[in-house]
Design a protein around this ligand. Structure first.
Ligand SMILES: [Zn+2]
Length: 129
């Protein structure tokens, strides 16, 4: 069974979930796109790399732009929706991690309600003046 169409209620539910998980992950809540139309409406440089192919995925993270696409139309049920939100936010909080066991474990912990301290880059800060 597919989730009901993307209406204002569902939009609000998703934004709330993104807000809650973002707080737990100590990240700035990303801009959220909920249809491939919204992806295509953005300037090309913001969605580079996954633009015309975004519709194929449950979700896409545009890390450097702090934008997340949740492909509501493709997502089959609420569990997958929740999972997709957390998956994309794990990308945001752990930008150095690629898919794999550790990544999946973090998704499971996120879904279980665990919080994470803010991400700090391990690279030395650039000189400032
Ligand atoms: Zn991913």
């Amino acid at each position: 069974m597919h989730i009901v169409k993307l209406d204002d209620d569902l939009r609000l539910v998703i934004l709330e979930k993104v807000g809650i998980y973002s707080a737990r992950f100590s990240i700035d809540a990303p801009t959220v796109l909920l249809s491939s139309r919204e992806v295509l409406a953005l300037p090309r440089e913001l969605t580079e790399g996954r633009r015309t192919t975004a519709y194929k995925y449950y979700g896409v993270s545009y890390l450097t732009q702090n934008i997340v696409f949740i492909n509501v139309r493709k997502i089959p049920d609420e569990k997958t929706l929740e999972n997709t939100i957390v998956h994309e936010l794990v990308h945001m909080r752990f930008p150095y991690l690629s898919h794999g066991r550790r990544f999946n474990k973090l998704v499971r912990r996120g879904l279980a309600g665990k919080g994470f301290a803010a991400y700090r880059s391990r690279k030395p800060a650039a000189p400032a003046n």
